[in-house]
Ligand binder design. Sequence first.
Ligand code: FAS
Ligand code: PHB
Length: 393
Amino acid sequence: MHTTVGIVGGGPAGLLLARLLRNAGIDSVTLESRDRAYVEQRQRAGILEQGTVDALRAAGAAERMDREGMVHHGIELRFDRGLHRVDFPALTGGRSVMVYAQTEVVKDLIALQLADGGPLLFGAQVRSVEGADGDRPVIRYVHEGREQTLTCDYVVGCDGFHGVARNAVPESVRTTYERTYPYSWLGILAEAPPVYDELIYAHSTRGFALASMRSPAVSRLYLQVPNHTDPADWPDERIWDELDARFAVDADPGWKLERGPVSAKAVLPMRSSVTEPMRYGRVFLAGDAAHIVPPTGAKGLNLAASDVIVLARALIHEHNTGSAELLDAYSDTCLRRVWRAEHFSYFMTTTLHTDPAQSPFDTRLQLSQLTRLTSSAHAAAELAENYTGLPIG
Ligand code: FAS
Ligand code: PHB
């Protein structure tokens, strides 16, 4: 089989790219190793930047998002037992974010792809991507028990941090920059109505906590835990008690979360990672296949989206004009934005989390930074601009 663009991975990056190419009349084949149910229920991100929302709308993939998503015009920061709101539109000239889970974005894109897009194969395990420096790179994969090959004009690795497409970039030209963090997140999904209107990010000497949501009836909550924490050591009541303790503020001593049955519980390690370059010959990397951010800045899913928005623009330009100039600029164009998001995610993570080894001096620096963020419009604007998303491309 041959296709113009072979896409490895059917997560948000691969699915959005397939949609953008289909709308421009460019054929693709998407190979996803897992089954549809697994991909659609995998709990991950919850916040869409303005640019991601705009791209989903332009791609005709936003009808349910616009009906069920929740537009948020700010977040609340809690620290030193006080609370402060960051007003996005006032600080960014009108930008906001959309609360709409990655699971729902993936469901919407899969439904569209199966309805009228190019082939989307589930249970297709890609073994290797070969011939990146030739004219016809080849994807080798196993599907329905049989070894298969897909020849392509271009291959895009959208197969995440544990994917294989990255290996198509020879080690001799590939550099990976990374950082790990001395803590993780314990995340829960609870059938409990959020008692807050916007996301709450809390710094406390007990550790970080985040209150997010999936709907008016479902809460999504996270708390900082030591690395290698076993979720079984955190029964539901212990989680609720700890979250209440970390969100406590003097202005409202009775403030408590609404509790309810916990339907999902998992520990997520924190990692920053960037692989350069994001292109080698006719193979491109996008999303988590190229970079990872700690989720504190809500950038992971949105970086995946911005990569494929830039790449689709470049592939369409080449398809329509024969010029490869945007393809040649792809890696540098994306990496400028990737490193900006890496820094913002690092900043949010190290400012809001309590490193077990940090000194009281370090804690005073964090509180000084948080006070600056909530007392200076200039400092708050830098947070708001990064959180709602910097311009793409
Ligand atoms: P993905 O990893 O989503 O998709 C890659 C796809 O490729 C997967 O479906 C995989 O099955 C498939 N694949 C892998 N190897 C393959 C192979 N050899 N052959 C075929 N298919 C293959 N981001 C946030 O902004 N906020 C969050 O709260 C947040 N929470 C997260 C929690 C977890 C546990 C994880 C792992 C990530 C989280 N992220 C979060 C980041 C996450 O949302 C990613 O940024 C986003 O999924 C990136 O999308 P993709 O690049 O498409 O990669
Ligand atoms: C989420 O809703 O899952 C979420 C929101 C904001 C973050 C991270 C995760 O920074």
